[in-house]
Write a protein that binds this ligand. Sequence first.
Ligand code: NAP
Length: 483
Amino acid sequence: MRFAVIGAGMAGILSAVKLREAGFDEVTVYEKADRVGGTWRENRYPGVACDVPSHLYSYSFELNPQWSHLFSPGDEIQKYFESVSSKYGVEEMTRFGDEVIECEWLERGCWQIRTRSGHDAEVDVIIAATGVLHHPSKPEIEGMDDFGGSMFHSARWDHDLDLDNARVGVIGTGSTATQITSALAGNVAHFDLFQRTAQWILPQENPAYDESQRAAFADDPKSLEDIHQQFSTIFAEGFADAVVDADSPQIHLIADACLSNLEENVPDGELKESLRPDYVAACKRLVVSPDFYEAIQRPRTSLVTSGIDRIEKNGIRTVDGVLHELDVIVFATGFQADAFMRPMNVIGRNGIELAEVWTDRPNAYLSISIPEFPNLFMLNGPNGPVGNFSLIEVAELQFDYIFQLIQCLDSGDATEVSADPAATRSFEADRVEAAKSTVWVTGCRSWYLDDRGIPSAWPWKFSRFQEEMAAPNMDHWDVRSPT
Ligand code: NAP
C-alpha cells in the first residue's frame, strides 16, 4: 500500500517509523519546512520548554536516558526528534520544502495529493499529522503598521535581534508568554508584559538530572519504562482526569498550590491583586512555572494591566493614555486551534469538500476520521485530548488504533474505511454533553472553547481514551469491501 504522511512533526515521525517498521516501504512524508520537528522547530522563543515531563514526552519505543531536566528545553526536544528521525530513516522518506495543498479522493479508490511545487502522487492512505497549535493567531490592533521597531509572533521569533539593549513588550500571559518572561525579564533594557487576564501559576520546580542519574537510566532501560509509566499515571490522575470534572478535589488542590505561590512570592499588595485570577483554576490551560512571579518583579520589568488601545511608532499605548515605549513587540497570543488540516483543500467522496463539512467547526469521529473521507486518518485531530495529556502518548494510542484499520485494508478485507455518519453524530452529541462537566466551561475565555463556547477537547478521563483506542468498534465504521 502507498501512504502519504502529512507533516514531519512529532506525530508524522511516529507514523513514518511505525509504517516502516510494519514493512510498508511506499511511505512518503510531506513536510512544508526544511526540517523535522513541528512545533519544536517553530517555537524557538527564549525560555521555550515543555511542561510535560520529558520522560513522559518521549516515544515509548525511544525512551531517552539523556534528558537534561524534568522539563527539558525546546532545543533539546527538537534535537530528540531529529535524532529519532535520523535513526529510523525518516528524513530519507520525507519531501522537505513541499507543502501539500490538495488531497482529492478519486472514484477509483485512492487519493491524489498535490503539492505547492506542482508534484502530484496517488496514495491509498493519508495520515494527516498536521499539528494542532500550529497557525499563529495574531490579533489586529489599530496602528500595527505604524510600529517603528520589530514585531513578530512568538512562534516566528527573530533570532537576529540583539535584545540586551532592547525594550521588549510581550502581549499575552499564556504558557508561552510566561516562559518568555522568565527568560527575558531583567535581561533586557526593559520588559513589559501586557496582561489581559491573570493566570493561575502552578509552581513546579524543574530540577536537572545529573550525570549519575542519566547513566543509571542508560544502564537500566526498565527504569526508563518505569518513570515513563509513573509520569503517565501522575499526569492522568493529577491533572488530565481533574480538568474534565470541575468539582474534582484535584482542582482545589491545584488552586491552593497556585494561591500559595502567589501569596508567598508576591509581597506587593497591588501587584498581587493584579496577578490574582478571578475564575476557576485550570479553566484556561494551567500555566506551570517555577519562577514567573519572581521574574515579573525583576528590575526594569513591568506588568501592564491597562488594556491595549493602539500600537504607535514608538510603542504600545494603553487605554489609560500611557505610551509604553518599545523596540520589540512579541505577540504571545496563541494559535488558531481550529485550523487542523486547513488551509489544505481536502475533497472526499462525491466531491465533498472538507471546508464545507467544517464550515461551522471541525469535527471528527474519535478525533481520527471524517465520514465520506475514506482512508484518511488524523493524528491529534479535532476533539482529541489536546492539552490534557502528553500528546505523544495520545498520538501513539491513536496510531495503534488507525493501524488496525490499515491492516483491514492491507488484508484486502476492505477497500475503504471511514467513520460512520451516525456514529460520528452520536459521538459528537455525547462529547458535547460531557463537556458541560469540565472545568473549561466554568467561565473563562480560552482556546479550548469553540464558537458556541463548548470545549472542543476530549471531555472524558484518560482511561476512557485508552479504552476507546484499544480497538475500533467496527459497527461505527463505514467499511466498503471489494465487489
Ligand atoms: P494562549 O494560551 O492561547 O494564550 C494567549 C494569550 O494571549 C492569552 O493570555 C490571551 O489573553 C492573550 N491575548 C490574545 N489576544 C489578545 C489581545 N488581542 N490582546 C491582549 N491579549 C491577548 O497561547 P500560548 O501561550 O501560546 O499557549 C498556547 C498553548 O500552547 C498552551 O495552552 C499550551 O497548551 C501550549 N504551550 C505549551 C507549552 C509547554 O510548556 N508545553 C509552552 C507554550 C505553549 P486572554 O487570556 O485574556 O485571552
